[in-house]
Design a binder for this molecule. Structure first.
Ligand SMILES: *[C@@H]1O[C@H](CO)[C@@H](O)[C@H](O)[C@H]1NC(C)=O
Ligand SMILES: *[C@@H]1O[C@H](CO)[C@@H](O)[C@H](O)[C@H]1NC(C)=O
Length: 395
């Protein structure tokens, strides 16, 4: 039997003929920043299972970009490779296509803005978020950290049909400084266009990257699949296969290094939305496919990876510029994280992700500047006697 090795998978919104995007446009889906984050993350966890949603990352960064100005905005725009005023337009279009009628039962996305009650929004931020992301703006009281976290977590759990629980722990919130939590929830359920027969599922050997072997249930089917080989610029070959979902506009692409000694980490830096697009030109052929049944769940802190990619100012309390969210306080991002889960079996795939950014106010103590006429009282507390009182109009 052929040996089975670690592999990469990705669910793509494949180019269907009725796509309103030109091919160049599809390559600019904004998922590249998410793929680069994935590349950063797996560098530190080469032997662990990882699942992430590039589109979820792009959505939350897009929401932040709408509220950012100056250098903070520039860093976001540059990292996402968009033109400054394009981000909203593009994400709006993508979201519309992804959740189009044809995919109605398959992909749902929801964006939520949870704002501290009393926060003075710039009207632009609220209206733009509603327009681009259909964001629901909800008022919460972050002084009640447990209640606020549970409100957000309930919303996420509902929007991901129970797949993502406890996105935000109350410890991520600061009762006096947290002002806003932005959330993107993405849910996907797809049935394979060509299902695997349950009776063909058997335990087979999977070879881990550390030399260990595992007996795991493997799906099997002989079918026509788009598949072939590709190589990185440095000449490392890998094999690719496309597993389409029912409906035609989504598929899972699986990549497996051709040589068993090539680690996934040698292939990953080469992958971008453009690479995925090029895989879609491979011709369908009859293939005997053996694929593990798997469930992967991961929580990823996005702060470090995003900083490595040049998005730094928004995390810095002295540099972040979110004046398009509010002008009454200086906000910055204290946490940016994502939780994701995928389940693959004979019938198809269920996957969900929730991405969140927590915005807090600068922690400098409030100022009290006595630079206008004022009153004073000198009081003896045990008795309540007021010993002196006065007003000062000209010190
Ligand atoms: C934010 O950026 C805008 C545009 O560059 C600038 O006018 C404004 O002073 C900046 N505000 C802060 C608080 O940095
Ligand atoms: C739960 O999620 C569904 C979409 O999946 C949405 O239509 C519904 O309004 C949500 N309910 C609540 C209480 O948020």
């Amino acid at each position: 039997m052929k040996r089975l090795f670690p592999f990469l998978f990705t669910v793509v919104f494949a180019a269907s003929t009725q796509s309103p995007f030109s091919p160049q446009f599809i390559e600019e889906l904004g998922s590249d920043i998410g793929i680069q984050v994935f590349n950063q993350v797996v560098k530190t966890k080469p032997h662990e299972n990882v699942v992430m949603s590039p589109h979820g990352i792009a959505s939350v960064l897009g929401m932040l970009q709408l509220g950012a100005d100056g250098k903070t905005k520039k860093q976001l725009t540059t990292a996402m490779r968009y033109k400054v005023n394009e981000v909203g337009k593009i994400l709006k279009k993508i979201n519309k296509v992804i959740v189009a009628k044809k995919n109605k039962d398959i992909v749902t996305t929801a964006n939520g803005v949870f704002a501290n009650s009393g926060l003075k929004f710039e009207p632009y931020f609220e209206s733009k978020n509603r327009e681009v992301f259909h964001s629901q703006v909800k008022s919460v009281d972050f002084q009640e950290k447990d209640t606020a976290a549970s409100t957000i977590n309930q919303w996420v759990k509902n929007e991901t049909k129970g797949m993502i629980e406890d996105l935000i722990s109350p410890e991520l919130l600061d009762s006096s400084l947290t002002r806003m939590v932005l959330v993107n929830a993405l849910y996907f359920k797809g049935l394979w266009k060509s299902r695997f027969q349950h009776e063909n599922t058997k335990k087979r050997t999977f070879h881990g990257p550390d030399g260990k072997t595992y007996q795991v249930p493997m799906l099997a089917q002989l079918s026509l699949f788009r598949s072939g080989s590709a190589s990185t610029p440095s000449g490392l070959w890998y094999n690719v296969i496309e597993l389409p979902y029912h409906g035609g506009s989504l598929s899972m692409l699986v990549a497996l290094p051709t040589d068993e000694s090539t680690p996934l980490s040698a292939i990953i830096p080469h992958i971008s939305t453009k690479t995925l697009q090029s895989w879609m030109t491979m011709a369908p052929k009859r293939v005997q496919l053996i694929l593990p049944k798997f469930t992967v769940e991961a929580a990823t802190d996005l702060k470090g990876p995003l900083k490595n990619l040049g998005i730094t100012d928004l995390f810095d309390s002295s540099k972040a510029n979110f004046t398009k969210i509010t002008r009454s306080e200086h906000l910055h991002v204290s946490h940016l994280l994502q939780k994701a889960k995928i389940e693959v079996n004979e019938d198809g795939t269920k996957a969900a992700a929730a991405t969140t950014a927590v915005l807090i106010a600068r922690s400098s103590p409030p100022w009290f500047i006595v630079d206008r006429p004022f009153l004073f009282f000198i009081r003896h507390h045990p008795t309540g006697a007021v010993l002196f009182t006065g007003q000062v109009n000209k010190p």
